[in-house]
Design a protein around this ligand. Structure first.
Ligand SMILES: C[S@@+](CC[C@H](N)C(=O)[O-])C[C@H]1O[C@@H](n2cnc3c(N)ncnc32)[C@H](O)[C@@H]1O
Length: 383
């Protein structure tokens, strides 16, 4: 297995905070510290909105249980937040501190649960800020670092941050519920499954497939045994970068699932490594396996006027300058290193597959200064 030169992760170096881009209030926020001391859970973090005034209250829950009786303080000075996000309202006083007394049973449960903090602003409810305190699921270690290069060059350091970041997008952009069945196309080693395992109900179905054997093996060995509702499968599809001995062309691959069997499909940095004909075929398969009302969140590199200008100016981290048929690549020898698509063409293919585009969030990848995540994100709906 020859390691690629560099694969950009789903998250860029500069995306340092959990972001909750939509819902009622546009905001950013993060939990910087969470500890249990003297039977009290302390959460320290920050939240600031784009234009909804200061935080007026906070809701805290885990595993669907909401706390009703706790101390909170907000409006605490946060010059560090102001420095990174000068345009957010009240960024200079956005920090909060929460103290929640816990009984023994709660202390046991909450360590291995997803904590959800929802800021309530003057103008409405913000998005969810998510935190895993002491997850018992193993994280990849230094021993896995060679493997992790395949899912992003800085993936070892950012594994759980990216997993939390994307679960946040699923909740805010695609209204994912704990009972929604999920298909993770090109799931890699289960990075996104990692946090989904803490969010989905124990009986909710998760299926992930990928073309690289060692990545799937990691997920099968580390996630599936603890979460029997999580199933990982390897398929021998050809991709010059990820599986050059693969026997099956992606364009002929029929997803091994029934029609209308999933509520939500995710593709994290998969359409950034395959050519247009494969994207078009996958869109049809995704449409087929989604239930009516189902949603798909996929990350992409959209070639449009703005990104083309930034690429030409040398600002982009993905130098998508080679036009091959109906897509762009950074390398002619290895087009699968990075692929991107003309925005209007891709949106046309998405429409032809039957989907409606319900969300489009531009990313940092090409050197934008206003962005949500590293890659562009699209939300597709099957009506
Ligand atoms: C950058 S990694 C992202 C992995 C994973 N989605 C994550 O976020 O951790 C891209 C993944 O796409 C997979 N891949 C490439 N071509 C594929 C295809 N035709 N079908 C499914 N997965 C594919 C690769 O094996 C690799 O695991």
């Amino acid at each position: 297995m020859e390691a690629p030169i560099i694969i950009f992760d789903l998250v860029g170096e500069d995306v340092t905070k959990t972001i909750t881009p939509t819902k009622l209030v546009q905001m950013r926020g993060n939990i910087d510290k969470a500890v249990i001391e003297d039977n009290v859970l302390q959460l320290i973090g920050w939240a600031a909105s784009v234009n909804a005034g200061p935080v007026e209250s906070l809701r805290v829950s885990y595993s669907g249980k909401e706390f009703t009786d706790f101390e909170m303080a907000f409006g605490i000075k946060s010059p560090d937040v102001k420095e990174i996000f000068p345009n957010l309202e009240c960024a200079q006083k956005s920090r909060f501190r929460i103290r929640i007394p816990l009984n023994q049973e709660e202390q046991q449960q909450i360590r291995d649960s997803l904590i959800v903090v929802t800021p309530l602003f003057k103008e409405g409810e913000g998005g969810s800020i998510l935190y895993l305190l002491e997850p018992s699921l193993p994280l990849p270690s230094e021993d896995d670092s060679e493997l992790m290069i395949w899912i992003g060059s800085n993936a070892l350091a950012t594994f759980s941050r990216t997993a939390i970041e994307f679960l946040g997008y699923f909740l805010e952009m695609a209204a994912l519920k704990p009972t929604d069945s999920v298909l993770d196309v090109g799931c890699g080693m289960g990075r996104i499954a990692y946090t989904l395992a803490y969010y989905l109900a124990p009986t909710t179905r998760y299926e992930g497939f990928d073309i690289m054997e060692p990545l799937i093996q990691w997920a099968q060995n580390n996630i599936a045994p603890r979460f029997p509702n999580f199933n990982f499968r390897r398929v021998d599809i050809y991709n010059k970068l990820y599986n050059h001995n693969g026997t099956l062309p992606a364009t002929e691959f029929v997803f091994p699932y029934e029609d209308e069997s999933f509520d939500f499909v995710f593709l994290g940095s998969v359409f950034t490594h395959i050519p247009a004909c494969e994207v078009r075929h996958y869109l049809e398969e995704i449409y087929r396996v989604l239930k009516p009302g189902g949603r798909c969140l996929c990350t992409v590199f959209l070639h449009n006027e703005e990104s083309a200008k930034l690429i030409a100016a040398g600002k982009s981290s993905a130098n998508l300058v080679h036009e091959i048929d109906d897509y762009f690549a950074t390398s002619l020898d290895m087009p699968e290193m990075f692929t991107g698509f003309k925005e209007d063409l891709l949106l046309g293919w998405i429409g032809s597959s039957g989907f409606t585009v319900k969300g489009k969030y531009y990313g940092l990848w090409c050197g934008r200064t206003e962005f949500i995540s590293y890659q562009d994100i699209l939300i597709l709906h099957k009506d």
